[in-house]
Design a protein around this ligand. Structure first.
Ligand SMILES: [Zn+2]
Length: 563
C-alpha cells in the first residue's frame, strides 16, 4: 500500500470517552488477567489509530502549509491533544491499580508498568493550568524568535535567512552577521530574561506542587528516565571535561592550520576555507545510490529501503509550500515509518539519507512490538539509531562525495566530538538553574559564562558584547522549550562512536547488534537497551576515555594539509 492510500479520519473525543468508559468497566470487573490483557490490546489498537491519524494530519500539513484542508486537519488533532491526554491518564490509573500487576509483568516485562507509573508521577489535575501556561510560554519563545527582523547589509532577514552569512567564506561577513544577530538579542534581552524567569519559576512550582524538592526530579521523570539520575549524568559530564575537552582543544589548533588563521574566534565556525563537501548527483540519483548502499549493508536494510521507495514513504526534496526542516515520523497502525526533508544541495542531504533513515529503520525493525509504548524508546536511545547509521554507512560515502569523501568523514567525526562539551555545558547549566530557582537573570548569565570557561575554554567571542556577557544560551531553544533534553544527543553520540569503532573491526557483528537494538524499540529503558546491544554505558568511568583515544587516533591519521 502506498502512503496516499493509507486510511485517514478524524477520531471523535466523545466516542473515545465512551469507548474508554465501556473498557474501564470491563477492565475493572474481570476475574482473570487474560481478560485484562484483551482489554489492554483493544486500547492499544485505538492508540495506534489515533497516533497514525495524528501523524498523517501533521505530515500532510508539513508537505504543503498552504493547503487549507490539511491545516484544518492538523489543527483538529492539535486541539484534541489535551483531551486525549486526559483520557490516557484515566486509563493509566486503572492499569496502575490492577490486581494482576505481576502477571502483566510476566506478559510484557517491567517496562510497560514502569512507563505508566512514571507518567502518573508527572501529572495531577492540580497542575493542569500550569501545564497550559507552560505551553503558552514555550509558544511565546517561538513567536519571539520568529518575529526577529534583522537589518544586515541593507536588507532585512529573519534568523534562518541570516544563517548562511554565519558560514560565509569571508571572515568579516561572518563576524558582521553575528554582530547583527547578537544586537537583536541584546535589544530583546529583557524579553528573553523575563520569559525564562517565568518558565523557571513555573516549572519549580509545578514540581513542588507534585511534592518534589525542585524541577530536576520531575524533569527526569518527564523524559522517561527510569534507570539513571542526575548523579550518573554528573559523572558522565565530568568525563567529557577530562577526556574530550583537551582533544577538542587540539582539534581547534589543527583547525587554525586548515583555515589559515592564527587565532580562532567564535565566528570562525566554518570547516574548510573553500566550504563544506557537496554531494554529487541529483536527488533521484542519490536515492538510487542509497538503495544500492542499503542492499549491500544488509538484506534487512535493503528490504527496508525498497519499501520506503515503493510505498512512497519519502518526501525529500525542497519545494514551494513545504515546511522547512527534516524529520522521521511513523504510522503504528500501518507499521510504516516516513521520512520528510528538504534537500538543498549540501552534505545535509546525505545525512538525511543516513540519520533520518536510521530513525526510520528502527521504526521499521520494531514494528511488531506488542505495545505502542514499545515502538520507540526514550530520546537518548532514539538518537543512537540515527547517529550510528551515519557511521555504519561510512564505507559507502564515496558514492555520494567522490573525491571529497575524506573531507566529509573528517568533518563528520571531528564535528561529532567537538559537540560533546557544548552539549554537556547546556545540561550542566540547566541543573544549576533548577537547583537555584531564585537566581536572578544576571546570576544565570554569570553562571553560564563560568560553565563556558570549563567546557568551552577556547571560545573567544571577540568584542561581541551579548554572548560575552553570558547570553549565548538564550539562542538554545531546548533550554526554553525542552528542559533537560540535550544531554541525550551526547549520550547517543557516545554510543554511536562505539558502533563506529566496532564497525571498523567487525562490520557483521556490529550490524547484528545494531539490528537487535532497533528491533527492541522502546521495550527497555536506556541502560537495558545498551546492555542488549553490548555497548558500554556512558555513565561508567573510563568509557569516554577509551572511545576518545580511538576517535582521536583516526583524526590524527588524516593529513589535513591534503583535505
Ligand atoms: Zn535524530
Amino acid at each position: 500500500m502506498k502512503y496516499s492510500e493509507f486510511h485517514y479520519e478524524r477520531i471523535s473525543v466523545e466516542e473515545q470517552n465512551e469507548l474508554l468508559n465501556e473498557r474501564l468497566q470491563r477492565f475493572n470487573d474481570v476475574k482473570s488477567v487474560d481478560e485484562q490483557i484483551t482489554v489492554i490490546k483493544e486500547v492499544d489498537e485505538s492508540y495506534r489509530k489515533y497516533a497514525s491519524y495524528a501523524s498523517i494530519a501533521n505530515l500532510n500539513f508539513n508537505r504543503d502549509v498552504r493547503d487549507e484542508e490539511a491545516k484544518a486537519e492538523k489543527e483538529y488533532y492539535d486541539s484534541i491533544g489535551p483531551n486525549m491526554a486526559e483520557i490516557g491518564n484515566r486509563w493509566e490509573k486503572a492499569v496502575d491499580a490492577s490486581p494482576f500487576k505481576s502477571e502483566l509483568r510476566r506478559e510484557w516485562g517491567d517496562t510497560f508498568l514502569k512507563q505508566i507509573e512514571m507518567g502518573l508521577k508527572t501529572f495531577d489535575p492540580k497542575i493542569m493550568d500550569m501545564l497550559r501556561q507552560e505551553t503558552d510560554f514555550k509558544q511565546e519563545y517561538s513567536e519571539l524568535l520568529a518575529g526577529a527582523k534583522i537589518e544586515f547589509d541593507g536588507a532585512s532577514y529573519n534568523l534562518t535567512g541570516l544563517g548562511p552569512f554565519h558560514q560565509h567564506k569571508d571572515r568579516a561577513v561572518r563576524k558582521r552577521s553575528y554582530a547583527a544577530k547578537f544586537k537583536w538579542f541584546e535589544e530583546n534581552a529583557e524579553a528573553f530574561d523575563d520569559l525564562y524567569d517565568r518558565l523557571v519559576k513555573l516549572r519549580h512550582r509545578m514540581a513542588t506542587t507534585l511534592g518534589y524538592e525542585n524541577f530536576i526530579e520531575l524533569a527526569y521523570l518527564r523524559m522517561g528516565r527510569s534507570d539513571y539520575g542526575p548523579k550518573e549524568v554528573a559523572i558522565y559530564r565530568q568525563q567529557i571535561v577530562e577526556s574530550v575537552v583537551p582533544v577538542v582543544q587540539k582539534l581547534l589548533e589543527q583547525k587554525k592550520g586548515i583555515l589559515g588563521l592564527d587565532h580562532l574566534y567564535f565566528y570562525d565556525g566554518i570547516n574548510f576555507k573553500e566550504g563544506d563537501p557537496k554531494p554529487k548527483g541529483t536527488p533521484d540519483e542519490m536515492v538510487v545510490a542509497a538503495q544500492e548502499m542499503y542492499h549491500e549493508l544488509s538484506p534487512d536494510a535493503g528490504e527496508f529501503f525498497d519499501l520506503m521507495v515503493d510505498e512512497e514513504l519519502l518526501d525529500l526534496v525542497n519545494r514551494e509550500g513545504k515546511m522547512p526542516g527534516g524529520f522521521c515520523t511513523g504510522f503504528p497502525a500501518y507499521k510504516r515509518p516516513y521520512i520528510f526533508s528538504n534537500f538543498n544541495g549540501t552534505d545535509g542531504d546525505v545525512v538525511v539519507l543516513t540519520h533520518e533513515a536510521g530513525h526510520a529503520y528502527q521504526g521499521y525493525a520494531s514494528r511488531n512490538q506488542p505495545l505502542i509504548s514499545y515502538l520507540w524508546p526514550t530520546a537518548e536511545s532514539a538518537e543512537i539509531h540515527s547517529m550510528s547509521m551515519e557511521f555504519l554507512t561510512w564505507p559507502w560515502m564515496e558514492k555520494f562525495f567522490g573525491e571529497e569523501t575524506e573531507r566529509f568523514k573528517y568533518k563528520h567525526l571531528a564535528g561529532s566530538l567537538v559537540f560533546l562539551p557544548y552539549g554537556a555545558c547546556v545540561d550542566h547549566f540547566q541543573h544549576w538553574v533548577f537547583e537555584h530557582p531564585e537566581a536572578t537573570p544576571r546570576e544565570r548569565k554569570e553562571q553560564w559564562s563560568e560553565l563556558e570557561s570549563i567546557y568551552l575554554p577556547n571560545r573567544d567571542y571577540d568584542d561581541l558584547a551579548f554572548p560575552k556577557s553570558g547570553g549565548f544560551w538564550q539562542m538554545q531553544k531546548h533550554i526554553y522549550q525542552y528542559p533537560f533534553y540535550y544531554i541525550d544527543y551526547t549520550l547517543a553520540q557516545t554510543c554511536a562512536f562505539q558502533y563506529w569503532i566496532r564497525n571498523e573491526e567487525n562490520p557483521e557483528e556490529t550490524w547484528g547488534s545494531y539490528h537487535r537494538l532497533c528491533q527492541a524499540g522502546g521495550s527497555l529503558p536506556f541502560t537495558g537497551l545498551i546492555k542488549l546491544a553490548e555497548l558500554q554505558s556512558p555513565f561508567e568511568e573510563g568509557c569516554l576515555e577509551s572511545i576518545v583515544e580511538k576517535v582521536s587516533a583516526w583524526l590524527d591519521g588524516v593529513d589535513v594539509a591534503k583535505l
